[in-house]
Structures are given as C-alpha cells and as structure tokens.
Design a protein around this ligand. Structure first.
Ligand code: NAP
Length: 274
C-alpha cells in the first residue's frame, strides 16, 4: 500500500511493508501497528463536527454487485473501512444499506483499540429510516449488552408499535415528519456528543447530506473492475443539484485499488472562526 499524494520526498512511500497489502491484517503481528497508524494519519480530520462518507465504486461507477458492495472491495479498502470505523464516534447509514448489507453492530474484533482511546470499544450505528422497517430481532436493533446501543433516526410517521418495540433495545430519535431531515439527523448525533460522523451510505442518504451541504469529506475507493449493468450511482439526487467543491487530500494505491480522500475546499461555516 503506497501513498501517492501528498508525495513524500525522499521518504519511504509505503504505508506498512512494501507491496500490496496481505490479508489478514492481524493485531500484534509485526508491522501492523505502523500500518494502522499510517492509514489513520492519512485519514485525520479537523477538530469539531466533521461528516465523512466512505464508499467504494467500480471504474464504471457501479456501487454494488448483485445488490451488495462486497464484490467491489479489496484488501486495502476493507482495512480502510475498519480504520475509519475505529476513528469514528458514530456510523450513520441509510436503512436500505443496513438491510442490503445485513448490518449488525460494529465488531470489537475489527476495530483498532489504539484509535479509540478514551472512547467505547466500538462506535454505535445510527440508522435512518422513515417507518422503522427493519428487522427488530437483528443484532443491529436487539443490541448486545457489551456494545453501544444502536440509534434509530426516524419520523413522527413511524408506527407507534414499531417505535415502542425498537426503543426497548435501541435509542429512537424522531428527527422529522415525512422524512428524517439530514440536518436534524446530524444535529441529533452532535447533541449526543458524536463529533466524527462516518456515513457508510447508501446513495439516498448520501444525496440528502450533499443537498443539505453537510458533507465535509468523501473517501472513495476506486476498484479496478468494470461491472456493467444499470445499477444506481453513488448518490441519489435530493432536491435541486447542489455543487460542493472538494480538493484531493490523500491518494493511496494498493494492488490497483485507488483510495481517494477528498475534503471540502473551504471549511464548513461551523468550523470558521466567528
Ligand atoms: N458501494 C458502496 O460503498 C455502498 C455503500 C452503501 C450502500 N451501497 C449499496 O447501496 C444500496 C442500498 O442503498 P439505498 O438506495 O437503499 O439507499 P440508502 O440510503 O442506504 O437507504 C435508503 C433508505 O433509508 C431510509 N432513508 C434514507 N434517507 C431517509 C430520510 N431522509 N428519512 C427517512 N428515511 C430515510 C429509507 O428507509 P425506510 O424504507 O426504512 O424508510 C430509505 O428507503 C445497496 O445495494 C448497497 O449495497 C453501496
């Protein structure tokens, strides 16, 4: 795994051992700590509320193969996924992705403790859903006594019986009437003390965050694959087109996969000095 941008004049360009990443990346194995720290350093974000999304796409911009993203992923992307989760205070996801990807809670075994000092072992998962049409018996909602409860961001239209059932094991927050407002969702998470918000998709939720000008960073892994077909693109437009200018912050290459990290060109209003 090597860092292409910013270039490191005269320095070793590899993050971890030279050459493509070998799986599994095992905690405690020689070089693992340096690899994780190197990748985390490339992913550092400013203090204050920061909304980062992480997505994987094929060269022809497919975001799923047979309805799931796993077929696009590679070793470096999988490691980045876990490093970004380890850096996050909370993971935010649309219910469609939670259903398609069969989300459970974030796993302590794939979260790096050195990146979570002073915080719980794993970040909670926050899921956005209009009517809580989620499997209430799934680990995501049922929870696990040892891990943070999931957060369900829903609407006042959600059926009362589903709200009551979900609220037994998850934290339910009403953040809109017809739909969850992207701003209310982010504000609610911030009020709970979650500053580093990692959005794992999908395209509907991401489109809303972009429309509301709430996205600060987009990490995109470009996978060396062509998928064809006519699947969805990375975002679904919500309201009028909204253009956010980004700049390349980091580019890493591993085994033909490009790990791109783009951040807003100008800081969001909330980070600017008064
Ligand atoms: N390549 C990648 O990196 C990547 C990442 C993530 C997902 N994906 C793929 O994307 C697909 C799933 O995406 P998706 O189109 O279903 O989009 P999504 O954004 O994951 O989910 C859409 C659903 O989330 C809920 N939702 C989103 N915004 C809402 C709002 N403002 N208010 C209330 N509810 C809201 C609704 O669920 P309810 O129906 O429950 O109301 C809606 O149907 C899967 O194929 C997945 O594999 C790919």
């Amino acid at each position: 795994m090597r860092r292409i941008y910013p270039s490191q004049d005269g320095e070793q360009p590899y993050i971890g051992p030279p050459g493509p990443l070998a799986e599994p990346v095992v905690a405690g194995a020689p070089g693992t700590a340096e690899l994780i720290e190197g990748l985390a350093a490339c992913s550092a974000c400013p203090d204050g509320l920061w909304v980062r999304a992480n997505m994987v796409t094929s060269l022809d911009v497919a975001i799923a193969v047979d309805g799931r993203s796993g077929g696009l992923s590679g070793a470096a992307d999988r490691l980045l996924f876990h490093v970004l989760r380890s850096l996050a205070d909370v993971v935010l996801v649309g219910a469609g992705t939670a259903r398609a990807e069969r989300y459970g809670l974030a796993k302590p075994a794939s979260t790096w403790p050195q990146l979570r000092q002073g915080r719980q072992a794993t970040p909670p998962i926050a899921v956005v859903t209009r009517g809580i049409s989620l499997d209430l018996h799934s680990q995501l909602i049922r929870g696990d006594d040892t891990l943070p409860r999931s957060i369900v961001l829903t609407t006042s239209q959600a059926p009362a019986d589903r709200v009551t059932a979900a609220a037994k094991t998850a934290d339910v927050i009403v953040a809109g009437d017809d739909e969850v407002s992207a701003k209310a969702a982010i504000d609610s998470l911030a009020e709970l003390g979650h500053r580093r918000i990692l959005v794992e998709g999908g395209p509907i939720l991401l489109g809303q965050l972009i429309s509301a000008n709430l996205l600060d960073e987009l990490c995109v892994t470009i996978s060396p694959l062509l998928v064809g077909g006519h699947g969805p693109r990375m975002t679904v437009q919500h309201g009028p087109a909204a253009v956010t200018e980004l700049r390349l912050a980091t580019l890493i290459e591993d085994d033909g996969f490009l790990l791109c990290r783009y951040v807003r060109s100008t800081p969001p209003t909330r980070l600017q000095a008064p």
